[in-house]
Each structure stands twice: as C-alpha cells, then as structure tokens.
Design a protein around this ligand. Structure first.
Ligand code: ADP
Length: 650
C-alpha cells in the first residue's frame, strides 16, 4: 500500500513560505483535520466539530494525523482523541491547542484577518512536523498504562492498539520514520476484516433507517405524525428510563403511575436521572417537561403513549382499551414489551392500526437499541412515527415484525440454550464465558445471566409450562415438549441462586449486589452431581466448540428470521446485535460474521452438530441458509436480492 494521497498536499502546504490559515466550519473530521494540521494556523467557527474518528472505522489517521496531533497537543491528549475517535467542540479544540482562535462570525473573514496579522512572522515554529512532541515525563510508563487500558476496552479490536503504536512512534521517532510506521500500521489495518466489519456497521446503521414492511410500506413513502406531547404509563424501571429519554428530546411528557408510593419514588428517580444527564451534556435539566399523575385521564391530549405496565397481557389489554377511550382520535399507542404478542394486543384495541411495539432495553435512557415492532395491521404512519421518535431519542431504531422475542431475544434463546447444554456435557460457566469474552462480548452468557437475574428466564419458562420439580432424572427429564431441555437454570433458582442480587448464581459474589464474579466450588460439584444423576459423562469442550454451538445456533435463528420476513435484511439483525446485545462491533454483527466465516462452513458445522444432537431443533440448518449456500453463497449485500428470488421460486 502506498502512502495516503493527501500527504503530498499537506507537505506542500506546511512547507509553503506564506502563512496558510485553515478556516474550519462544520466538521473537520479525519482527513479534514489532518489537512488543517498541515496549515500554519487554524481558526474554527464556534459550531465546528473536530476529531480523528478513523479508529471507529477500524483505521488510523494515516495522512500524518497520528504524527502531527501529538506534536501539537502533547501525547496524552492526542492518545485520548485518536484512540477513541471522539469529536470535540471548537471550544474544547481551543483549550487543547488544536485551533488558535474561535469565531462566532464569518470564519473565512476571520482567517484572512488573522493571516494579515501574522504576515512576516517566522513560520518555522508553526510547521508541526518539524518539532518533537512536547516533553513528557515517564513516557514508557505512560504508554504501558494506556496500552493496557486500550487492550482491555478494545475487546479484540486491533485499530485502537495500532493507534497507540502510531502515537508512540510520533513520541519516539523522527517525523520521517514516524510517517513510515504510520503507513505500515495502516496497511495492516486496511487489509484486516475488522475494518470491513466496522465500515459495514457504519453503513448498516444508516440502512436500518430506510425501513420497509412486507406490505410494501416504506420509510420514504410513509409520513410520520408530529409528536409534541407524549405519555408514559407505568413507572417501573422501564417507564422511568423511557420518561427520561422522551423528556431529554424536549418533548413534554405526562407520566402516569397508579401506585402513590411508586409514583413518589419514580418522580425522585426521574429528576435525578434528568439532572445527571443534563450536567453531563452541559445543558439545563428538562424537569418541567414532565408532569406526573395517578390518573390515566391526564393523557387525553397527547400525540403518543408508551405503555410500560407489568408484562401481563390482560392488564395491558385493559390499559389499551382505557387509552382508546381517553385519548384524542389518532393518538399512537405504543407498548413497551419484550415478550408479549403485539398483534394480539392490537386486535383487542378499537384502532389496531395505531398500535406498535417499542421494545426498549434497560436502562432505557442509556441503551442505544430500540426495536419498533409492527403487526400486519400497524399503519405505515404509526411505524414511521415510532421510528422518527426513536431517532429523536438518539436510538438505533430498527423496525421488525411481530413474533415471539422479536429479533434480538428470539435469536438469544438458542444461544443461551446451547450454553446450558454445554454445561451438561462437561463445560463450566467459566469456560463458556471466557470463550465468548475472548470473541469480544463484554460478558459471556453466565455472567450476563447473573447480572440480569436468573429468575427472569425462570418466570418465562414457568409460563411456558417447561418447569418441573427438580427431582426427575434420566434422559426423559431433559426432554420437554419434544425437544432437549436443560433444567439447570431452574434448579439454581430453586436454590434461591438468582445471580448478583442474591450474591450467588452461576458464580459467587462477596455479597448480594456485588459485581465481581468469582468461581464457585459449590456450582462445580453441583454440576458433577447433576451429570451423575442424569447419566451424563463430562467430556473436554474447547473454545471453538463453545463459539460454534452458541454463535451458529444464534445465526441460524437469524436466517429463519430473514426467511420469515421478520427482519427486512441482515443489516437490521446486525444493528440490533451490535447496539443492544454486546456483539463486538469489529465483528460486524452475527449475519456479517456468518458471511465472513463463509455460509458453507456455517452450514457444515450446523449439520455436524445436528447429527450429534438430533433432539435440538435449533441446530437444524435453516432452509434459507441451505438455499443461499446452494445458490453459491452470495455476499451479504446481495442476500436481499437472493432472498427475493428464492421466495419467488417457492
Ligand atoms: P419494569 O418491568 O419496568 O421494571 P414493573 O413491571 O415493575 O417495571 O412496573 C410496572 C409499573 O406499572 C408498576 O409501577 C405498576 O404500579 C404500574 N402500573 C400497573 N398498572 C398500571 C396502570 N393501569 N396504570 C398505570 N400504572 C400501572
């Protein structure tokens, strides 16, 4: 790979004999800022934003940015900007010394005036590449510490590490050699799959905004309704987070909670969250934007309601019927649910076309993901409005069809089940989690389960009639409703081991609520006794098997979802997994990963495991996966076309 095409131009500017002043308006990100760093002075408009975001696309600033920025602002500040890719305001850029002046007026005029004021001064001190980085005590210790931190947070991503190495070259080598290092590091990143994955994520996040429904309704032909005033019903954990997310967009929100005590607590919690959020963003908290009430009649004039009462279809149905009577005609009725049937709820409501699901993730004002769930009767306008609102709240909003678990949780189910099966066959929670965390998940299945609470899944399995008292043994005990079932989670719950909150789960904790998971000998002997009781012989399980069984089972479900039309395309699934389920961004999402591994390989491994475990339906390869492989495994951006063609042949 040859050097970055901007480099000769930047050198020409830097070595010019006349002062060159960069006038920065709008965004100077990446190459734009690198060009400005070649200039002798920089003037920015107060609304401008600057940064070197290459790392977020799996790259590094390779037009001399990694060499000039540390020379200009010092190693620690440059490391921070280059390894995180964060954007800074003009004010912060001035403070850091990236720009020489900030103006509220015409930037070019200000730059011309500035140039005249410095005419005749020596340019030598202004040619950044000709100077060493500012002195830094204990350079080695600093780099060691930063490298350790970056390695930890990168979770396997290579670009942040290359960024540190490039800045290190700036701090320790002459400019020309530093540039050579920058070029080499960039060449490695450029050809890595990670850069492709991260660039795919960047475009996928934009693609999901261009939603389409099986009915033919689409983002560009469906007009959203303006939402000025919204309501939230039920102020548990979810309702509180949703209220905060709405109020932070500047909407006025009516927050309704029937229990007085709960209302008081919610009020305090919401005000606290709004205040902390405002402080972080340097704005005034929108406390007046929220009006609290115990009476559902208070929502009569809102444009949109988000219901977040208990996950109980009868209660939700009742609330929706009340809302239909109270609200003005046309008010959009959204339900925050992770498990209930949005369609059934809609069908019990006088105007089903106004009903959509909004599946938020806890805490709702922090988590990026929002699944907007439409049923066959949801109007395109309702979907457009919910998607628009999601965007306003800063969410990665993805429109999906209605089915059990929607997209995210539906795919999670086989993933978790495989992890349970692996324990039965000889793995430990430690082994499974380590394999998944090395892959790049922030937490493996079992640490995650301890964090969110084992009782959540237990309740769902009880509701599905799967849970039986723990005394049964033998093979039959592990087949329920015709398929392999692992009662391990149920048995732990019967012991009162609900995870972090009880101080015991798949791991042990110093005290209830503590976050540091430690290996638990009790659990290991429990697993041994369980295997003995069920006549299971533990075998050695390696990381590869953990990854293949958990991830390919999840991916396989993703193909079912595409085949069913629940997700419009692989990008929708991938954005859901990257923004809501901790799938490592540098691996692009599950469907991108399958594409990268090769569909034929995924199919072959699923077939292999299915033969070994015929009683596990989710290991049976999806017919779409088979058909895609049969049609020559088209690349991911051609799947949409291929699916259409395959469906038309049915
Ligand atoms: P989460 O799942 O968000 O943690 P919960 O299911 O505990 O929260 O909270 C649901 C909240 O909804 C409770 O505070 C409950 O009092 C409230 N709630 C239940 N029914 C109604 C209703 N008809 N109107 C308003 N609020 C309700």
């Amino acid at each position: 790979m040859t050097g970055h095409p901007l480099i000769p131009m930047i050198h020409a500017i830097e070595s010019a004999n006349k002062p060159v002043v960069a006038a920065i308006e709008g965004s100077a990100l990446g190459g734009g800022l690198e060009l400005a760093l070649g200039c002798h002075y920089r003037i920015a408009h107060s609304k401008a934003r600057l940064g070197l975001p290459e790392v977020s696309l799996g790259l590094l600033p390779a037009a001399g940015g990694s060499q000039r920025l540390p020379r200009l602002i010092g190693v620690p500040a440059a490391l921070n900007l280059i390894t995180t890719g964060r954007h800074v305001t003009a004010a912060e850029a001035l403070q850091l010394g990236i720009v020489d002046q900030v103006t509220d007026h015409n930037t070019v005029d200000a730059a011309v005036k500035f140039a005249l004021s410095v005419a005749g001064r020596s340019l030598d001190p202004r040619r950044i590449s000709t100077h060493p980085c500012p002195q830094q005590p204990d350079l080695d210790a600093l780099f060691e510490e930063v490298m350790q931190k970056v390695r930890q947070s990168a979770r396997g991503a290579i670009a942040p590490i290359a960024c540190v190495q490039a800045v290190r070259a700036a701090a320790t080598l002459p400019y020309a050699q530093g540039m050579e290092r920058e070029r080499e590091l960039m060449a490695t990143l450029f050809t890595s799959g990670q850069a492709r994955a991260l660039q795919y994520c960047f475009f996928a996040e934009r693609a999901v905004g261009r939603w389409r429904m099986p009915s033919g309704a689409r983002w560009d032909t469906s007009k959203s309704r303006p939402v000025h005033k919204a309501a939230v019903i039920g102020l548990g954990t979810m309702g509180r987070g949703i209220t905060v997310a709405l109020a932070q967009t500047g909407l006025s929100v009516i927050a309704v909670e029937t229990q007085e005590k709960q209302l008081m607590e919610a009020k305090q919690a919401i005000s606290g969250m709004l205040e902390r959020g405002a402080k972080r963003r340097g704005v005034a908290p929108a406390l007046d934007g929220v009006i609290y009430s115990q009476n559902i009649q208070a929502v009569a004039d809102v444009d949109l309601v988000i219901e977040a009462v208990f996950e109980d279809i009868a209660l939700k149905t009742k609330v929706f019927q009340q809302l239909s009577a109270v609200c003005k005609p046309g008010t959009l009725l959204c339900t925050n649910t992770s498990a209930l049937d949005v369609d059934q709820l809609a069908s019990e409501t006088p105007n089903p076309e106004l009903v959509v699901g909004m599946h938020f993730f806890a805490p709702a004002h922090v988590m990026k993901l929002l699944e907007v769930v439409y049923g066959p009767r949801s109007s395109p306008q309702a979907v457009a409005t919910a998607m628009q609102l999601g965007k306003k709240m800063g969410k990665a909003s993805v429109a999906v069809g209605n089915c059990r678990g929607f997209v995210g949780n539906r795919m999670l189910k086989p993933y978790i089940e495989e992890a349970f099966f692996l324990l039965e066959e000889g793995a430990t929670p430690e082994l499974v989690d380590q394999a998944l965390e090395e892959f790049g998940f922030p937490m493996g299945v079992f640490r995650m389960s301890d964090l969110s609470g084992l009782d959540v899944g237990w309740r769902v399995r009880k509701g599905d009639g799967l849970v039986e008292p723990g005394t049964a043994s033998g093979r039959f005990a592990r087949i329920r409703q015709g398929r392999r079932y692992s009662p391990l989670g149920d048995l732990l719950c019967e012991e009162g081991r609900f995870g972090q909150k009880t101080g015991r789960g798949w791991y042990q904790y110093d005290k209830p609520g503590s976050r540091v998971a430690r290996s638990d000998p009790w659990l290991h002997s429990f697993l041994g006794a369980y295997r003995a009781q069920h006549g299971l012989v533990a075998r050695r399980i390696d990381h590869q098997e953990v990854l293949e069984r958990c991830l390919y089972a999840l991916i396989n479900e993703g193909f079912h979802i595409l085949d069913d039309g629940i997700a419009a395309g692989p990008e929708d699934i991938d954005v859901i997994y990257v923004s809501g389920y901790g799938w490592p961004r540098h691996r692009g999402g599950p469907m991108f990963y399958a594409n990268m591994v090769g569909l034929a390989k995924v199919l072959e491994r699923l077939e292999h495991y299915q033969q070994l475990h015929p009683e596990v339906p989710h290991l049976q390869p999806s017919s779409l996966l088979r058909r895609l492989v049969a049609s020559g495994s088209p690349p991911i951006h051609k799947w949409g076309e291929a699916i259409k063609k395959l469906h038309s042949q049915l």
